[in-house]
Design a protein around this ligand. Structure first.
Ligand SMILES: *Cc1c(COP(=O)(O)O)cnc(C)c1O
Ligand SMILES: [Zn+2]
Length: 415
């Protein structure tokens, strides 16, 4: 492993690498740790040329940049190297020089969360834990359950009452111990923390566990490699807890430090207007304060983000921005994406496209910029959200003549 030390985001205290360490001793749960790597040593084993020859098409191709030993990776589900598509139909529609989609909905449990969960499970195994727990709006839980099942760990999962059916079904299928909490995500998080402290389970909660950001950063490593190290000017993604955007920043930061890329893309963090604590804090240059969790984009309905420091740093240090979009524009973006590019995103993932559209309309992102949009979760996880927005299909008679009459009428309507 090439981990040099852990540094507190609040008080800058440094700690020796230790598998079991979670937060700063002085600052407690507010003292989120940042993992610092030994870049000169990494440069000896990881180069653009070595990557070009590496046939491993999963996140483990970046193992020197990850805080795990790699003992159990052979057995793991395949995470990462998800498609990076050029979105030419959307490019034309929005007059953008280049627009790409990083489709993380095709990970093994169908969201970007797999990048963090796999690291959590590896870490838990390296620390000899048999039980791993987290609170989640849905996807972190689902992905933890899947990877735990694969690696033979027990998963204890706390989800808010409103977690969509698709995600609950996945969780139950993977055989996790599920605690569906009578409350919102904030409530589920609080209960999980008490239970984890009490029972001593391995903690996958994304802010407290500093290794999660490191897993999520692999999406940025891939975007850079897939764009042949000519990184986009802007990377657009939706933000809940702030772990993903913190990870995206960290990934580009690693590559910049290693000299693989020559600029930090500007990060556009997209929040729902029904739950926008990052946006408010960034706009007012003030500390984060709690907001409601009032949006159908359940994966970003996070009223108290636990990764506030890393999320804000990502946007400030990349000269990026936060932006908000309402539920209506999120659902229109989901349909636009599916209909024009064939990618079906869950609402929280479609929020990123909605944010791009707004930023392009406001000229925050100019037409000559190169843009990547991260599609963080699959539309099949929450089909109710889409079905509510489209007309239920009419029922056809089995009689072909009647079929013809109606289908001709339908064609006319469409012309
Ligand atoms: C978790 C999640 C996000 C947001 O990531 P955070 O780390 O919570 O900011 C966005 N989209 C989807 C689909 C997610 O599951
Ligand atoms: Zn501290």
């Amino acid at each position: 492993m090439f981990v040099k030390q852990y540094r507190c985001m609040r008080c800058a205290a440094v700690y020796e690498p230790a598998d079991a360490r979670m937060v700063c001793d002085t600052c407690g749960d507010d003292g989120i740790l940042d993992i610092e790597f030994d870049y000169p040593a990494i440069k000896q084993v990881l180069t653009k040329a070595s990557l070009a020859e590496n046939r491993d098409s999963s996140i483990w191709r970046y193992l020197p940049l990850l805080p795990v030993k790699g003992t159990y990776i052979e057995r793991a589900l395949h995470v990462g190297m998800t498609p990076y598509y050029r979105a030419q139909n959307l490019e034309t529609m929005f007059n953008q020089k280049r627009l790409s989609l990083k489709d993380d909905s095709v990970n093994p449990t169908a969201s970007l969360k797999d990048r963090a969960s796999i690291i959590a499970v590896m870490k838990a195994m390296e620390c000899n834990h048999k039980v791993i727990a987290c609170a989640s709006t849905g996807n972190a839980a689902t992905s933890l359950a899947g990877h735990a099942a694969r690696m033979g760990l027990k998963a204890k999962i706390f989800v808010p009452k409103r977690a969509p059916k698709g995600k609950l079904a996945q969780l139950l299928a993977y055989g996790a111990d599920l605690y569906r909490v009578d409350g919102d995500y904030k409530a589920a998080y609080r209960l999980s923390k008490q239970a984890i402290d009490h029972y001593g389970w391995y903690n996958r909660n994304a802010a407290i566990n500093p290794h999660m950001v490191e897993g999520k950063k692999t999406v940025a490593l891939e975007i850079a490699e897939q764009s042949h190290w000519q990184v986009p000017d802007w990377v657009v993604l939706s933000v809940g807890d702030g772990c993903t955007i913190g990870g995206v920043y960290k990934g580009f930061y690693d590559l910049l430090t290693l000299g693989f890329i020559d600029k930090m893309p500007r990060l556009l963090g997209v929040q729902s207007s029904g739950c926008d604590p990052f946006y408010q804090a960034w706009k007012n240059d003030a500390p984060l304060t709690e907001t409601n969790e009032d949006t159908l984009a359940d994966s970003i309905a996070v009223g108290i983000p636990r990764n506030a420091d890393k999320g804000l740093r990502a946007v400030k240090d990349s000269r990026g921005a936060f932006i908000t979009v309402d539920d209506e524009s999120i659902m229109s973006a989901a349909l636009l994406l599916a209909r024009n590019e064939g990618v079906f995103a869950e609402p929280a993932a479609a929020a990123a496209l909605a944010g791009y559209i707004k930023a392009s309309t406001m000229k925050l992102i100019p037409p000559d910029s190169q843009v990547a949009i991260i599609i963080s979760g699959n539309g099949l996880k929450d089909t109710d959200a889409v079905v509510r927005h489209i007309q239920t299909p009419e029922l056809y008679s089995v009689d072909f003549n009647r079929f013809k009459q109606r289908s001709n009428k339908k064609e006319e309507k469409h012309e």
